[in-house]
Design a protein around this ligand. Structure first.
Ligand code: DGL
Length: 262
């Protein structure tokens, strides 16, 4: 029983995984959470595979030493680079990864046009290639790497002319009816979902991986009898490699912001 009261660790290259943390807290408010963001080294999406693996493994080790009962890799990039290595290494700990929500998007309509926004690494890696191969006969899938977008969210810029200008340019070739849905395949992007919606128009449905990852985390904890039996609201502790009061404020603000999120 003591084990089940230990926190769930949530890891991301920066503040993006807070979109997954939000979904976890919504689904399991009685759990305790430690969130670690590596904002000093963000973005991970344009680093080498070796760099992303080394950073991810270092931070996961720290979270396990802090007593985590499970680890959620709330980063599509780190998941594609490292999840199989982590699962192999820590077989006794539930390791939950995230992948772009292509499946629900493809299943949302009859052969829809699906735009997938993600980091360059996520789109390059095998995990996404496999996902594409599985679904490309049922939809027109357009993978779009978005270098530069994560930096806005890391700076706390979630709206305004500079962000919208960047998105306008990036999304210019993609509009309804060719595009029916957009998959936010990086955990930072839900924080700018409103701006993306405004540009693509109200007919384009938006999909993100956070809620599915939260449900998968609950299943995996249940399987191992690790759900916290407490009826009280748990705690959320933030840690960040960029350990400044501004960064901590940004983390709290993102966790509590209702706007921009589904
Ligand atoms: N939030 C991350 C993801 O889901 C990575 C962003 C980055 O550091 O490039 O892919």
């Amino acid at each position: 029983m003591k084990d089940a009261r230990r926190p769930i660790a949530v890891f991301d290259s920066g503040v993006g995984g807070i979109s997954v943390l939000r979904a976890l807290v919504d689904l399991m408010p009685n759990e305790n959470y430690i969130y670690y963001g590596d904002s000093i080294h963000a973005p991970y999406g344009s680093k080498t595979l070796e760099e992303v693996r080394a950073l991810t493994e270092m931070h996961v080790l720290h979270l396990l030493e802090a007593g985590a009962k499970a680890v959620v890799i709330a980063c599509n990039t780190a998941t594609s680079a490292d999840i199989s290595i982590l699962r192999e290494r820590y077989q006794h700990i539930p390791m939950i990864g995230i992948e772009p929500a292509v499946k629900p998007a493809v299943e949302s309509g009859e052969h829809p046009g699906v735009l997938v926004l993600a980091t360059p690494m996520t789109i390059r890696e095998m995990k996404f290639r496999t996902l594409l191969m599985r679904y490309e006969k049922d939809a027109d899938i357009y993978p779009l790497p978005c270098p530069g977008l994560v930096e806005y969210i890391e700076r706390g810029v979630l709206s305004g002319p500079s962000l919208e200008g960047f998105l306008e340019k990036l999304l210019a070739p993609y509009r309804y009816p060719e595009i029916d849905c957009v998959v936010l395949g990086c955990t930072h992007y839900p924080f700018v979902a409103d701006a993306i919606r405004r540009i693509l128009g109200p007919k384009v449905a938006v999909f993100e991986g956070g809620p599915g990852t939260a449900r998968e985390t609950r299943r995996r904890l249940q399987e191992r009898n690790l759900l916290n039996p407490s009826q009280e609201r748990g705690f959320v502790r933030f840690e960040n490699s960029l350990d400044t009061p501004e960064e901590m404020r940004l983390c709290r603000m993102l966790l509590n912001s209702k706007e921009n999120m589904k």
